[in-house]
Design a protein around this ligand. Structure first.
Ligand code: MN
Length: 260
C-alpha cells in the first residue's frame, strides 16, 4: 500500500483566561502555527492532565499572559504583580517539564519563556521599570505593543533560525528573566541587557523568546520562521517516533490460531 503523506504535526497551545473567557487564546498564535503547517490544539489551564495531553502531541507552544505567582521562584508579590492564575502556573510548568522530558519541541513566547525559566529553577524580575529602568521600552501603558530591537547571539539555535544578527520585535512585557535557570543559555538580548531569548544548549528542540512573534509573523518572515522551526522539529520528531514503532514486529497467529 502506498504510504499517505504525513499528517500535520499536532501543536499544543496553552490557552488562558482572556476577555473574561476562562478558556481562550489570542487567534494569532493559531494562525501562525497553521501557516507553518501545524495543527493547533488548545490545552485548558483548568486541566491537570498535562502529561497525558503532551503524549498525544508533537510540539508545545507556551503562550503569553499574566504574571507567574512570585512564590514559585521565591519572591513576594508587590503592587506590580497582576493577573496571577495558580492553576495556569501549575499546568504550564508541568507541561514544560513533560515536553522536555519526552523530547518534544517547545517554543515559549513571552510568559512562556518565563514559565520555562521558572520550571527549570530560574527567577524573574518582578517589574522591569523598577529593577532595570526604562532605557528600552518593553511595554507601553497605551496597551499597544511597542517595537524594539534585540541582538541575536552568534552560534545559537536562534541565530540559525533567524539568520540575522539583529531583529525588530513586538514587545509587551513588564517582567523578564533575572537569574537564568542552570540548563538555559541566553540567545538574544535587548540594548538594556534584558534577556530576550533563551534555549537549552544541548537540546536543539527547546527555544523561547520574550517577545511576540505572533504579532508580526504575517509581514515578517523572520518571525514566521520561529513557527516553521517548531513545526519542522515536530515533523522530524514524529518521523523518529514512527521509525521506532515500525521496528516492532507485527503479531502473528500462533499454532492453532487463525486470523479472521
Ligand atoms: Mn522586550
Amino acid at each position: 500500500m502506498k504510504p499517505s503523506a504525513s499528517p500535520p504535526p499536532i501543536v499544543a497551545l496553552s490557552a488562558y483566561e482572556r476577555n473574561g473567557e476562562p478558556f481562550s487564546l489570542a487567534p494569532e498564535y493559531a494562525g501562525a502555527v497553521c501557516r507553518a503547517g501545524g495543527l493547533p490544539v488548545l490545552f485548558p489551564p483548568q486541566c491537570p492532565g498535562g502529561l497525558d495531553f503532551i503524549r498525544r502531541c508533537d510540539a508545545l507552544l507556551l503562550t503569553g499572559g499574566g504574571d507567574i505567582s512570585p512564590d514559585l521562584y521565591g519572591a513576594a508579590a508587590d503592587e506590580s504583580t497582576h493577573a496571577v492564575h495558580p492553576d495556569r502556573d501549575a499546568a504550564e510548568i508541568a507541561l514544560a517539564r513533560a515536553a522536555i522530558a519526552q523530547g518534544l519541541p517547545l517554543l515559549g513566547i513571552c510568559r512562556g519563556m518565563q514559565v520555562l525559566n521558572v520550571a527549570l529553577g530560574g527567577t524573574l524580575h518582578l517589574d522591569l521599570p523598577t529593577t532595570v529602568g526604562t532605557h528600552v521600552c518593553h511595554r507601553s501603558t497605551s496597551h499597544t505593543p511597542v517595537l524594539h530591537s534585540v541582538e541575536i547571539l552568534a552560534g545559537t539555535t536562534l541565530a540559525r533560525i533567524l539568520r540575522k544578527k539583529q531583529v525588530r520585535i513586538s514587545s509587551w512585557h513588564h517582567q523578564a528573566i533575572a537569574v537564568l535557570a542552570p540548563a538555559l543559555r541566553v540567545s538574544a538580548q535587548a540594548a538594556d541587557g534584558v534577556i530576550e531569548a533563551v534555549e537549552i544548549p544541548e537540546n536543539p528542540d527547546v527555544l523561547a523568546v520574550q517577545w511576540h512573534p505572533e504579532h508580526t509573523y504575517a509581514d515578517d518572515p523572520a518571525q514566521q520562521a520561529l513557527f516553521h522551526w517548531l513545526v519542522e522539529r515536530a515533523r522530524q520528531g514524529w518521523a523518529r517516533r514512527s521509525d521506532r514503532n515500525s521496528g516492532q514486529p507485527d503479531t502473528v497467529a500462533q499454532p492453532g490460531e487463525e486470523c479472521r
